[in-house]
Each structure stands twice: as structure tokens, then as C-alpha cells.
Design a protein. Sequence first.
Length: 425
Amino acid sequence: MSIVVQKYGGSSVADADGIKRVAQRIVNTRKQGKDVVVVVSAMGDTTDDLRDLAQQVTPLPPPRELDMLLTAGERISMALLAMAVTQLGYEAQSFTGSQAGVITDSVHGRAKIIDITPGRIEGALKTGAVAIVAGFQGVSQDTKDVTTLGRGASDTTAVALAAALGAEVCEIYTDVAGVFSADPRIVPAARKLDRVSTEEMLEMAASGAKVLHLRCVEYARRYNVPIHVRTSFDYVEGTWITPESEQDGASDVEQAIISGVAHDRSQAKITVVGVPDKVGEAARIFETLANSEVNIDMVVQNVSAASTGLTDISFTLPRDDGQGAMSTLARIQDEVGYDKLLYDDRVGKVSLIGAGMRSHPGITAKFFTALASAGVNIEMISTSEIRISVIVAEQQVDTAVRATHTAFDLDATEVEAVVYGGTGR
Ligand code: ADP
Ligand code: ASP
Ligand code: MG
């Protein structure tokens, strides 16, 4: 029998009614003769609420205990969902990440999956049961401790399980009808995309379009798992994520040059002022940051002022890593000999993404003109083959996204973007 993996996000199971509605959808799929494996997130804003609770107890919760706490959210929803499916007359069994065979490294808070041994899931399917798995968690191979895979990572649990089980599709159910040309919470005129190539989706996810977790798209590409992003609040077809090579050429004659605009408000910018302009200084700075596990995104180095022999280096990084990076850099001030550090966490990133960019000149000019007309100042720029990103002031992110969306004719004439639930927290 063919296997379908379905992942339901927090907004889909926000309360008892949501859980019953999702159970009905699962049963409908089961009735079509499919084996169903479900991955579920914590109810509503549970994960954020648990984090807040930990903060009230201590400003620096031990990572092991924080993971223990946060994984409780998914245990609640998985058990309730199994009860709801049973109530509808179908067998269901819930499993923690550890029971489902999600084996990870031992980095708490952002563990990586290193193996999936889904023996118990396969066993449950053999007995005719629906297997319900807690998303976003696993167990460390070395320490045997419970780990979490990073915020939003239930998507990754689902795709990894789909790959390990050889599922025909991984359905990601969320609070919007699919992947849109921009976040529908900011651009009500955003368009639902029928198909997005894995390559474009990787760029969108990496640029902050949180509708899919970045690592789940990487997994899908590596193991060739088709993803269908759709809503659990309606029966409309969503967005298919498939490799570019598999996208139907004939119907793609009209394929848009630009697929969408993404934004990311979780960034911060650090400027190292007055770095001596000599060989090895940048290497020393970024090596130190790398050793502290800080991920760097964009980097800009100013032209050295000939009279002083000094230069400024600015870079962006996840805001959560900001304070850690500042203290790491403070420790090497004497050694590097820089003047001072500046920290700005009121920045955001806006990115334009489209595979058609490769073969169409003038996209950058049009993007920057749109930002200028909207009065948005560009602080930093970075590009890939199919993406252009800029750093702007945080309060200008929405304006920048809307202006860009309109400038590239992405606005839909009729409003398609319904946000069915969730707080967007
Ligand atoms: P879930 O809890 O189901 O995992 P998320 O909140 O993680 O849901 O992701 C869904 C949200 O992603 C939407 O509510 C929307 O605000 C946001 N989003 C950002 N960019 C996009 C986009 N391009 N298309 C669709 N949704 C997007
Ligand atoms: N509950 C986790 C979070 O809020 C995982 C997820 O929803 O994907 O990040
Ligand atoms: Mg999500």
C-alpha cells in the first residue's frame, strides 16, 4: 500500500475542534486505502508559551532542560490526535521522536537528523494503524538525551520520515493555502503559486519565508520527496514543490521570471569599526565567530581609507546569536586591534527570488528602483544566481516587500490569500 505523510502545523491543531477536524482529514485519507503517517506540531502557540515560561524561571535555561520542556508540546498534540482518530473508529498510535527512530546529533536546540530508523512506525502501519509522530524532536545518538531540531522543524521531521518510508508524497498542512508570491499576512494581494522548484523554494526558505523549514526543503531535494503545501482548513489544491527538471516544460512557457518576495525580521547587523587593513584580519574575525557556532549571512567590507589604513567590516547574523557574537568579538579586540563594535538589531532582509533571473537582465535595477520610489534605503546587498537580497531598516520591511511585489507585477487582481488561523507569532 502506498504511504502518505501528512504534517499538521500548530494552527491546524490549535484547540480540541481543530484536533477533531484534522482527525477527520486523516480518516478520509485512510479510507482512500492509503497508509497514513502523521507528523504533528504543538498546539497553537504552545512552544512560544513554554519558552516564555522557562524565561520566567531563568534567563538562561540549560539547553538540555529547555529541549525536555519544549518537546512536551508535541507530546500533548500527538496523544490527543491519536484519541480523536480512535474516536472515529480507526486505530491510531502516537510516538515520540525517539520512539519513531529520529536519531540526531547532540546539539540541543538545533540538532541535525543523522539517521531515521522507523521500525515502530512500519510496525504500526502493518497492523493497520495510523502512526502519529511528534514533530521537531529526536534523540541524540551519543548522549541518549532528547533533542529539538530548531523552530519550525516539524516540517523537517515529516520530510525525513517520508524519505525513510518511501512515501509517495509529503503533505504539509498549514494556515494558508500554499506557498504565495509573498507572505499573505503582509501582502493581501499575494498569489498562490501552483508549483515552485526545489531550488527556488530553498532560496525562499533561506530568505525567511517560514511556510517551509529550510532543512525540510534540503531533505526533499536530496531524497527526491515531492512536497504538497496546503491548508487543513479547506480542500483546495496547494503548491507542489518539485525539482526544476521535473516541472512540465510545455505549460511553463509562461513561467514567471520572478516567483516571489521573501522577508526576514530575525536578523541583526554587527559592524567592526576601524579594522587594520592587512592580510588575515577578516579571517581571524570570522574564524572566531565560526568557532562559537555563529552563522554569518551577508558580509560587506568598506574600501580602506588610504590615509588611515583602516576599514569597517559589517555582517548580518541571526538576532538570537547577536549578543553571543558581540561578546566573542570583544574578546579579540586587542589581538585584532579594531576600534569599536556597533550592534543594530532593528534591521530586516528583503529578497527577490526567481529562476528566470538567470536569463533576464535588468532585474536588479528594477528592484532597487522600486525600493527607491518607496523611500527605502538599502544598507547591504547580496545575490545568488536566482536571488537578490537587501538589508533595510526593520520598520521599512513591509513597505519594501509591497513595493517590490507591485513593481514585478505579482499582485493578484482578486484576493486569493486567506490566512485561516494562527497568530503568526
Ligand atoms: P505552521 O504552524 O503550520 O508550521 P508557519 O507559521 O510555520 O505555520 O508557516 C505558515 C506562515 O508562513 C503563514 O501563516 C504565513 O504568514 C507565512 N509565510 C511567509 N512567507 C510565506 C509565503 N511566501 N507563502 C505562504 N506563507 C508564507
Ligand atoms: N512546535 C515547534 C515550533 O513551534 C515545531 C514546529 O511547529 O514545527 O517551532
Ligand atoms: Mg512552520
